[in-house]
Design a protein around this ligand. Structure first.
Ligand SMILES: O=P(O)(O)OC[C@H]1O[C@](O)(CO)[C@@H](O)[C@@H]1O
Ligand SMILES: O=C[C@H](O)[C@H](O)COP(=O)(O)O
Length: 926
């Protein structure tokens, strides 16, 4: 394939650079493609470029939002976002830098144009940016003002790469080359190495023609004696000046003086032709590229010029041609009445001013957006800022990375446990190995005719996977997946109906290996599989569990296809990006690499290598904690419909992590649309496409604190897992709770066990005595004032809901099949409750919620009223070897949890329907 004209430039010794940076180009792979296609070998930026990029899209909000909420001023926000872009670009060019041994592959960032007239401040700023960027292939841009010249020498002497900008005259170019050489000489004198230092001198081409042509035009129009000459000189000043500069450049760097430096590894300060887009449409659009080709030079072109040159640019002799003619033009210009010294002085002044104007404008844009973000906090703006400051003072991130358990508890047992619960921080980094280990399994299973997976597991062992399956779907070559996490017989039978044995791979997921639901499901499907598949049954089963659990032993005994070991240092609700989530994701044929990519970048942002003010996990955690500490403990999740499945995962994470010691964050998920909200809430809106924007905006307009978290695609799920995990642990730190245990879950399990033991002995479950009943339902619970006069279920609920106080929430805990139909019923029910009481509601299906929000119900603040719903089963299924059917296990779980809530003095009633649960059975709320 013949070389493109851009590649021919490289052969001629000139580097084509891109005179543009924009986060969109970094994110959408545009810059990577230009590099891969061999079109460009470096990038330059300036305040105008950043102003256009920031003003032209909302992509920088991801940086502006956390920093604004942390109270940063626009200038520090700008440098943070510029540093992120420049670093990312520099990393893309790093291979070129390495291959060319540091000759090419640079990205430039300019010091604030406001410093252009101060040597000292420019030097300080250049040093600061260089340190922050922390990349060998970046250059700091310093203006070639009179005050900039000594700064160039000083910064080069510090060993920092410099791109000298805003050069408009031959004389100033010479001074720039001198400043560079002096800097190198200083270093040599100080016996410091110079071989790694790179520099370029940016001569601004088109602006010279624009100004000179303007003056020439006036002379022509005046029609005096100079008018003919002036007319002949139009469009020649810039290129002629540059060709002369090029000659001086060649001489300077061939000089004996420089050769001494070259012998020590000193590099030529390359001439960079900047401002090379054509401003006058009457001239050839690639004039400032074609005319200025030369060895050891750079031409930085905006995207349009890159495209045009690639399309029709010609690589000829360029800068080496017509030097005599150029000298003549320069000699004629004064004759025609042009004072080039005056021109360059004006251009420099205008150049500095225009960069200052761009800079001010970009700061204004950032300021405006910062204010919007802070406004969205309602009356939490200051508390959120303070919460971030508190986390910074505690050095939260670094201490968490160092497993410092005292961030959350001083209790020695709690601290010991935390020591083995922070493994999730490293999960994204370990993910690639897990993915690779699972890939062959997908091919094997499919070859054996399996196309479905039924995941049997509770809480953290299934909610992450459920979220992945519903948000990302099944990939083209993947297996379809469903979850079973309900002991309701109808639900079990529906799963069995779906999971035809020959086609299905059963995944038993349990970290502890001892979760009774997971074991009951396993025993149920194992017996079925054995009956149908005989000796091949084991091939259809995989267990994921910690090393040495009872489940791992059973799996070995039964000859399961595989026992996938989970990371013992990661707790269930933090395990989405470990074997628990990644193995099913690979098998569903999802782009697991992409999922991990977003997780890894979020991990980096949430690590101690990023300023805490930019940390999205800290921002979210501070927002939640600030709310809780101000009495707004209900975190209401609004999502665009495609992200709705994220809710149940978040519910477990925040409720089970924070809901203990009488404190807690109440997650409010999948709430029906409401017109009015109580003031004890904060809102988080997961925005993908804005379908629910109006709903979120409504909450904000009503003054409720709202944090918008934008997603670009479902694959941002990887990052979201990390962000919410960090947020939860940060919020818990500020609340003073240990986010890694679940001390109040056990009691329900014990009570359930007592009930099933009694059932095994007596052949029946002790359901207790109702406090009210009619032909449809029986009510259980502590006596309620007024219940005796209740004539209907609605009356009973009215009596019960009379207990609601400001700051409460109503939890509906339903032991009925979980499907769209029941969900609809409960949505209406929730809506009616809130309309009546103004209280937020939650919905949990039992026993699933026991492994999620159940901890909060029992261990959190006593601000929940619980309506437990049970019903007669419409069918049943025996659990092999358990001597009981699923209906009994389910009922015992409902009763066990109910008893525990009562024992914790929670306001709770149980409605038991005497028929299987169905449409229209839930009472009206009066
Ligand atoms: O993975 P396991 O050990 O079966 O636990 C499932 C779930 O049960 C809980 O321990 C609560 O009972 C959760 O924390 C956990 O995610
Ligand atoms: O980055 C380099 C310069 O700032 C840039 O080339 C200036 O170009 P302009 O004169 O087209 O604004």
């Amino acid at each position: 394939m013949s070389k493109s004209s851009l590649q021919q430039l490289v052969d001629a010794g000139q580097s084509p650079w891109l005179d543009n940076i924009d986060r969109r180009l970094l994110k959408d792979g545009g810059l990577a493609k230009l590099i891969a296609d061999g079109d460009i070998t470096g990038v330059t930026s300036n305040p105008t470029i950043f102003n256009n990029a920031i003003g032209g899209s909302r992509i920088y909000d991801e940086t502006i939002q956390p920093m604004a909420l942390a109270g940063n001023d626009p200038e520090s926000i700008f440098y943070q976002l510029a540093i992120e872009d420049i670093r990312q670009a520099a990393d893309l060019f790093r291979p070129i830098y390495d291959q060319t041994n540091g000759a090419d592959g640079y990205v430039s960032l300019e010091v604030s144009p406001k410093l252009a007239r101060s040597t000292k401040k420019t030097v300080e700023e250049a040093k600061r940016l260089w340190k922050l960027l922390n990349r060998p292939n970046v250059m700091i841009k310093i203006p070639a003002t009179l005050q900039g010249l000594p700064a160039i020498t000083a910064v080069i002497a510090e060993g920092i790469n410099v791109n000298v900008t805003l050069i408009f005259s031959i004389e100033r170019y010479q001074a720039v080359a001198e400043a560079y050489i002096r800097g190198l000489e200083k270093r040599v004198k100080a016996k410091k190495p110079i071989d790694h230092i790179a520099s370029c001198a940016s001569f601004f081409v088109s602006r010279i023609d624009t100004k000179v042509d303007g003056q020439l035009r006036k002379i022509v129009e005046a029609g005096g004696s100079n008018s003919k000459l002036a007319s002949e000189l139009m469009g020649k000043a810039a290129v002629s000046t540059c060709k002369t500069v090029f000659g001086i450049f060649e001489e300077t760097f061939a000089s004996e003086r420089f050769q001494k430096l070259a012998a020590k590894g000193g590099r030529i300060q390359r001439t960079l032709w900047a401002s090379t887009s054509m401003k006058n449409p009457a001239y050839r659009d690639v004039l400032y590229v074609e005319s200025l080709i030369g060895a050891n030079t750079i031409n930085t072109m905006p995207p349009g010029t890159v495209k045009a040159f690639k399309d029709h640019g010609q690589v000829g002799k360029g800068a080496n041609e017509g030097k005599a003619e150029a000298a003549k033009v320069l000699a004629d210009l004064p004759k025609a009445g042009i004072d080039m010294m005056e021109v360059s002085a004006q251009l420099e002044d205008e150049g500095v001013k225009s960069f200052i104007a761009s800079y001010k404008e970009l700061l204004k844009t950032i300021d405006k957006r910062s204010k919007e973000f802070r406004k969205s906090m309602g009356n939490l703006a200051v508390p959120v800022e303070n919460a971030i400051k508190a986390l910074k003072e505690k050095d939260f991130v670094a201490r968490m990375e160092n497993k410092d358990a005292s961030l959350w508890t001083m209790d020695p047992a709690g601290q010991k446990e935390i020591g083995i619960r922070l493994g999730w921080l490293a999960a994204p980094a370990k993910g690639a190995a897990i993915i690779e280990s699972i890939k062959p399994l997908l091919a094997e299973c499919k070859e054996e005719g399996m196309s479905r997976i039924l995941l049997l597991g509770m809480g953290g062992s299934s909610l992450g996977v459920e979220t992945m399956s519903l948000i990302l779907g099944t990939g083209e070559a993947g297996m379809e997946l469903k979850i079973l996490d309900m002991t309701n017989p109808d639900q079990v039978l529906a799963a069995a109906h779906w999971a035809s044995l020959k086609k299905t791979l059963f995944f038993v997921g349990s970290k502890s290996g001892s979760t009774s639901e997971s074991n009951a499901f396993m025993d149920y499907f194992w017996e079925k599989a054995q009956k149908t598949l005989g000796k091949k049954a084991g091939r259809h089963f995989i267990a994921i569990t910690d090393p040495e659990t009872s489940l791992s032993k059973v799996a070995e005994e039964r000859g399961f296809r595989k026992v996938l070991l989970s990371d013992p240092e990661v707790g269930g609700r933090y395990s989405a990006l470990t074997m628990f989530g990644l193995a099913p994701s690979v098998l569903m044929g999802q782009d697991t690499d992409k999922l991990l990519e977003t997780a890894l970048s979020m991990s980096e942002l949430c690590s101690s290598s990023t300023p805490i003010e930019r940390n999205p996990g800290i921002m979210l955690g501070a927002f939640i904690a600030a709310g809780v500490l101000k009495g707004k403990d209900k975190v209401t999740l609004i999502t665009d419909p495609e992200l709705a499945a994220f809710g149940p995962w978040v519910e477990q994470l925040i409720a089970e992590s924070s809901g203990k010691n009488g404190k807690g964050i109440v997650p409010v998920d999948a709430e029906p649309k409401l017109d009015f909200y109580s003031t004890d809430r904060v809102f988080v809106y997961l925005r993908l496409n804005g379908k629910n924007e109006r709903r979120a905006a409504k909450a904000r307009r009503a003054g409720h604190p709202l944090l918008v978290l934008p997603w670009n695609s479902g694959y941002d799920l990887g990052g979201a897992f990390v962000q919410w995990e960090v947020a939860t642990t940060a919020a818990c730190c500020l609340m003073g709770v240990n986010p890694f245990d679940q001390p109040d879950v056990q009691e329900s399990k014990v009570r359930t066990k007592q009930l099933t033991d009694a059932y095994l002995k007596d052949g029946k479950l002790n359901m207790g005595s109702p406090i009210w009943e009619n032909e449809v339902a029986a009510i259980y619970g502590d006596h309620l004032n007024g219940i005796d006069s209740a004539k209907s279920l609605s009356d009973v609920l009215s009596v019960f809901l009379k207990q609601v106080q400001i700051g409460d929430y109503v939890g509906v805990n339903a032991y009925v099949p979980r499907n769209d139909r029941t969900m609809n019923e409960f949505t209406k029910f929730r809506s009616a409750i809130t309309k009546k009481t103004v209280t937020p509601t939650t919905l949990g299906y039992g026993p699933r919620f026991q492994h999620s929000t159940g901890q909060l119900h029992k261990g959190g603040a006593n601000n929940g009223l619980f309506i437990e719903i049970t019903a007669e089963p419409s069918a049943d299924a025996e659990i092999p070897g358990w001597k009981m059917p699923f209906s009994v296990l389910e009922a015992a779980q409902a009763l066990g949890d109910f008893d525990t809530l009562q024992s914790r003095k929670r306001r709770v009633i149980r409605i038991h329907f005497k028929k299987p649960f169905g449409r229209g059975m839930l009472p009206e709320i009066k």
